[in-house]
Design a binder for this molecule. Structure first.
Ligand SMILES: C[C@H](O)[C@@H](O)[C@@H](O)C(=O)CO
Ligand SMILES: [Mn+2]
Length: 603
C-alpha cells in the first residue's frame, strides 16, 4: 500500500436515523386444511431467496450490505398483513416486495402504506395461479391509487424451482435501488450555503418540490457563516493540519493563466490554500455535523443540518472577495480526501438545487461520485473541422458536447479508476490507493481566472478519459407542470490531443473537461447531438457513471416526476402497472398523465 494516500475506508453512516430496509412479504392462499399448508415452504422459500439475492447484490451508499426483513409468517389475510405492516414499521422498512407462487386474496393481503414503494413478484408457474394473484393485486393497487411494480418472469418455472430468473432479477434490482433511493432521501435536508447565484433559476429554492416530491426539507445558511467559523476557529484544528499536509503532498498546483501583472503572490496563494481547505471542513461540518466541535464547546455546530445534499452559491458575493469554492466542491464530491476513502458528499456549484438533486439521484442509484458540469458547447463535426482541420471519428463522429465547469466535478471523473482495463467510476469501497493517487495525479489545481473570480482560489483541471459509459441528467421545473427529468445516455470520448487543446483553449482551460457523445436514436431529441444540446433545459447537468437511465425512469415514476426526454431502450423501462392504464402506445404521454393523476408522493 502506498504511503502517500491514506486507504482507510469509512463506512459509517453519517446522517440521522437508520438506513431503510427492504421488507419481503410472502403472500399465500389462506385456506387451511390442505392448500395453505402445501404452499408454506415454497412461498417462504421465495421470500428467503429474494432476501438473499438482494442482500448479496445491493449495498447502501455507505458500503454496507442492504438489509432485508421478512414477514414473521406468510400473509394469508388481513390479520397477517397488519402484523407485517407493524413489523415493517418497527424495523424501519422503506421498500416492500410481495412474493407469491399462488392465488391469494388481493386487497386482503396488500401493502397499504402509501409512502412505501411496492413491487410484487408473481411466480410464473402453472401448478398454482401466482400470476393470477399478481394480476389481481395489480388491479387492487391500481384501483386504490397505490402504484405497484409488477414482476412477472418471462419463462415458466417448475413448482420446485427456487431460482430467481435473470429477467426477474433485473427488474427486482431496478425496483429495489430506486425504492431505497426514495426511502433514503426522505426526511433529509438540502442545505443551501448562500442563496441565488447570478440569477440561476436552479438556485432559487423551490421548497414545494423538495417537500412534496422528495419528502425533504430545506435548510439555509448565509455564506457569512464560513467567515465566522474561520475567524473564530470553529473547525477541527488537528484535522486542518492533517488536511494541509495531505494537500501539499497530493494536490498539484497548476500553471497560473492570469496575466502576470495581476497574478496573486505566492504568499497570497498560500493563504488561499489554507482558506479553501478550511472551507471544505466547514462545509462538511455544516452538512453532517462533527462530534469534534462538541468537544470544543460548540454543541450546536456539532449537530450539522442532516444534509444529504448541499449547494454553495459562491458567485458572486463570495467569490468577488474570497477564494472560490472549487476545491471544496470538488473534494467533497470525490470519494476520498485526507481521511481516506469515504462516501462522496453531494455538493452543487452555484447552489443549483435542481442539479444537486439530479446528482443525488445518480449517487443513490449507483453509490458513486457525480460530475457537476456546465453544458457549454455543442461542437458539430463541421465546426470542429473548421477550427482544427480534423475530422471527428468513432463515437465522436456525430459531434460532441463540451461539459466543463468551475466547481463541483468530482475527481473520480478523471476516469483514472479501472475495471477490466477500462476507465470507470467505482463506489468508494472498491477504489484502491493507487487509483486515488492516479485521480489526484491527473488533476492540477489551477489558480482561478481572476476576471471571473476576484478572490482567487484553485480550480480542478482535468480531462475525463474517453470510453466511460455515462448518463447525463437534469431536473427542470416548469411552471404549471412541476418537475420533469431529462436523461441522455452516452459516452465520454477521447479526442486527439491537438483537437482537445484547440477546443479547450477557446473556453477556460483551467477547468475540468468531459467530452460527451450522447447515444443517438435518430428520433426526437436524440435525432442528432445538436438536438440533445438544443433541448437541454438548463445550463447544468449531473453526470453519473454507467447507463442508468432505466433506474432513473423507475425512480422518477416512484416520485411522480415525468421524464421529458430520454434515449433508454424500451426493454429497460419499468414503471408501475397503473401507468399502462394511461396508454401503452405513447409511453411518454402516459407517464405525464399518470404522474399528474397520482401527484407528488408527499403532496
Ligand atoms: C465563471 C462563470 O461565471 C461560470 O461559473 C458561469 O458561466 C456558470 O457556470 C454558469 O452556470
Ligand atoms: Mn455553472
Amino acid at each position: 500500500m502506498s504511503n502517500k494516500t491514506n486507504l482507510k475506508i469509512n463506512k459509517q453512516h453519517r446522517l440521522r436515523g437508520n438506513l431503510p430496509k427492504i421488507g419481503i412479504r410472502p403472500a399465500i392462499d389462506g385456506r387451511r386444511k390442505g392448500i395453505r399448508e402445501s404452499l408454506e415452504g415454497q412461498t417462504m422459500g421465495m421470500a428467503k431467496a429474494v432476501a438473499n439475492f438482494l442482500e448479496e447484490n445491493l449495498k447502501y451508499p455507505n458500503g454496507t450490505p442492504v438489509e432485508c426483513v421478512i414477514a414473521d409468517t406468510c400473509i394469508g389475510g388481513v390479520a397477517e398483513a397488519a402484523a407485517t405492516a407493524e413489523k415493517f414499521s418497527r424495523e424501519g422498512v422503506g421498500v416492500s416486495i410481495t412474493v407469491s407462487p399462488c392465488w391469494c386474496y388481493g386487497s386482503e393481503t396488500m401493502d397499504m402504506n402509501p409512502l412505501i414503494p411496492k413491487a410484487i413478484w408473481g411466480f410464473n408457474g402453472t401448478e398454482r395461479p401466482g400470476a393470477v394473484y399478481l394480476a389481481a393485486l395489480k388491479a387492487a393497487h391500481d384501483q386504490k391509487g397505490l402504484p405497484i411494480f409488477p414482476i412477472y418472469g418471462r419463462q415458466v418455472q417448475d413448482a420446485d424451482d427456487r431460482s430467481i430468473p435473470e429477467d426477474v432479477q433485473e427488474k427486482m434490482l431496478r425496483f429495489a435501488k430506486a425504492g431505497l433511493a426514495v426511502a433514503i432521501m426522505r426526511g433529509k435536508s438540502y442545505l443551501s450555503m448562500g442563496s441565488v447565484s447570478m440569477g440561476i433559476a436552479g438556485s432559487m429554492v423551490n421548497e414545494d418540490f423538495f417537500q412534496e416530491y422528495l419528502g425533504m426539507r430545506n435548510e439555509y445558511v448565509d455564506m457569512s457563516e464560513f467567515i465566522r467559523r474561520m475567524e473564530e476557529e470553529i473547525y477541527d484544528k488537528a484535522e486542518f493540519k492533517r488536511a494541509m499536509k495531505w494537500v501539499k503532498e497530493n494536490c498539484n498546483e497548476g500553471k497560473d493563466n492570469n496575466p502576470p501583472q495581476v497574478q496573486h503572490s505566492r504568499e497570497t496563494k498560500d493563504e488561499e490554500w489554507e482558506t479553501v481547505v478550511k472551507m471544505t471542513l466547514i462545509a462538511r461540518d455544516l452538512m453532517v455535523g462533527n462530534p469534534k466541535l462538541a468537544e470544543m464547546g460548540y454543541g450546536e455546530e456539532a449537530m450539522g443540518h442532516n444534509a444529504i445534499a448541499a449547494g454553495f452559491q459562491g458567485q458572486r458575493q463570495w467569490t468577488d472577495h474570497f477564494p472560490n469554492g472549487d476545491f471544496m466542491e470538488a473534494i467533497l464530491n470525490s470519494s476520498f480526501d485526507w481521511n481516506g476513502l469515504r462516501e462522496p458528499f453531494i455538493m452543487a456549484t452555484e447552489n443549483d438545487t435542481l442539479n444537486g438533486v439530479s446528482m443525488l439521484f445518480g449517487h443513490l442509484l449507483t453509490n458513486t461520485a457525480q460530475i457537476f458540469a456546465d453544458v457549454r458547447t455543442y461542437w458539430s463535426p463541421e465546426s470542429v473541422k473548421r477550427v482544427t482541420d480534423k475530422e471527428l471519428t468513432g463515437r465522436a463522429q456525430n459531434g460532441i458536447i463540451h461539459l466543463i465547469n468551475s466547481g463541483s466535478a468530482t475527481l473520480d471523473g478523471t476516469g483514472q479508476q479501472t475495471k477490466n482495463g477500462r476507465p470507470v467510476m467505482k463506489p468508494f469501497w472498491e477504489i484502491s490507493s493507487e487509483e486515488v493517487e492516479a485521480c489526484l495525479e491527473a488533476t492540477s489545481w489551477r489558480p482561478a481566472m481572476l476576471d471571473y473570480f476576484r478572490g482567487g482560489g484553485f480550480s480542478s483541471n482535468y480531462l475525463t478519459k474517453g470510453g466511460m459509459p455515462l448518463t447525463m441528467i437534469r431536473i427542470n421545473i416548469i411552471k404549471g407542470l412541476g418537475p420533469v427529468l431529462q436523461i441522455a445516455e452516452g459516452y465520454s470520448v477521447d479526442l486527439p490531443e491537438d483537437v482537445h487543446r484547440i477546443l479547450d483553449q477557446r473556453t477556460d482551460p483551467t477547468w475540468p473537461t468531459t467530452w460527451f457523445a450522447p447515444i443517438l436514436t435518430g428520433k426526437g431529441a436524440f435525432k442528432d447531438v445538436y438536438s440533445v444540446m438544443n433541448r437541454w433545459g438548463a445550463n447544468h447537468a449531473a453526470v453519473s457513471y454507467g447507463h442508468i437511465g432505466g433506474d432513473l425512469i423507475t425512480l422518477a415514476a416512484m416520485l411522480r416526476i415525468p421524464v421529458a426526454m430520454h434515449n433508454v431502450s424500451e426493454d429497460k423501462i419499468f414503471r408501475p402497472s397503473a401507468w399502462d392504464g394511461f396508454g401503452t402506445n405513447d409511453l411518454e404521454g402516459a407517464d405525464y398523465r399518470a404522474c399528474k393523476t397520482f401527484g407528488p408522493l408527499y403532496g
